[in-house]
Design a protein around this ligand. Structure first.
Ligand SMILES: Nc1ncnc2c1ncn2[C@@H]1O[C@H](COP(=O)(O)OP(=O)(O)OP(=O)(O)O)[C@@H](O)[C@H]1O
Length: 260
């Protein structure tokens, strides 16, 4: 589904990514892990089109999308959540979720402004679809009319996930989905991500520090260290890999070529 080939990205003298390739297979959960500064966030920003790499290619469902910006990638079925909560306060859960669908609506801003009958029909259809698919699946029924800022942290993260899903993405990019959560919230988020994949066959790519989440739900894990892939495989393979253990224990040395 997603093929990231040989990405090089430098910031001044710092090589943030030095030849990173990642394949996220259709309907699978792929995780990118690595110690602080390994290049995970940079890789996500390259994949979603926020950073332009020095070289390398990003392909989505076979199409080279390397030259496209974030909106064009979203339109092609790439959706992401962010590390920090990015919801609109003063709005309900349902309205926040609906914001994720604006590019799916056929009616333009003008007709929406005049509330033409066709726009209202489209909104009604969208409401029904959101209720049926997203709100039900993510168990947000009981809070859909609440203001988002009144919700507990874990629920707000779930609303963000819902908003990312409204577009029915081909691939869902999750940027540290359980950061800052308590154990119960982490367990719930893991279950919901797995449910989404199981129900819709969505391809999921996530970056995450929480090892129990990564090892619990991933089909495939890629490990970065100092901007390079050092291992990949099943959670069990990666866990047992001596290079990975060394990187996490702080024994790995930065390659001389990476020095600024
Ligand atoms: N905008 C930037 N300008 C300059 N250097 C940057 C920038 N973003 C990242 N870097 C550098 O690129 C390298 C990779 O950083 P990145 O944030 O991608 O790692 P990470 O694995 O996401 O780290 P963390 O787990 O701490 O979020 C680091 O050396 C970082 O200092």
């Amino acid at each position: 589904m997603l093929d990231v080939e040989n990405i090089q990205l430098t910031f001044g003298g710092v090589k943030a990514l030095a030849g990173v390739s990642v394949h996220a297979a259709t309907g699978k959960i792929t995780a990118v892990i690595g110690p602080n500064g390994a290049g995970k966030t940079s890789l996500f920003n390259v994949i979603s089109g926020f950073y332009k790499p020095n070289s390398g290619q990003v392909r989505l469902a076979g199409e080279d999308i390397s030259a496209l910006g974030p909106h064009a990638r979203a339109y092609r079925g790439m959706s992401r959540t962010f590390q920090n909560i990015a919801l609109f306060h003063g709005m309900t859960v349902l309205d926040n979720i609906k914001l994720g669908a604006h590019t799916n609506l056929k009616s333009g801003v003008l007709s929406a402004g005049f509330r033409l009958p066709s726009t209202r029909r489209e909104e009604d259809r969208l409401d029904r679809e959101i209720q049926r698919d997203v709100i039900g699946l993510l168990e947000l029924d009981h809070v859909q009319h609440h203001q988002v800022e009144d919700l507990a942290y874990g629920l707000q993260k779930r609303v963000e996930l819902a908003r990312a899903l409204v577009m029915k993405p081909k691939i869902l990019l999750l940027d540290e989905p359980v950061a800052g959560m308590n154990r119960e919230e982490k367990r719930e988020m893991s279950r919901f991500v797995t449910d989404v994949r199981n129900n819709w066959n969505t391809t999921v790519l996530l970056i995450e520090h929480d090892m129990s989440m990564v090892m619990g739900i991933s089909d495939h894990v890629v490990v970065l260290s100092f901007g390079k892939p050092i291992a990949s495989g099943t959670p069990d393979e990666v866990r047992a890999n001596p290079d990975v253990i060394k990187a996490y224990l702080g024994g790995a040395e930065e390659p001389a070529a990476n020095a600024a």
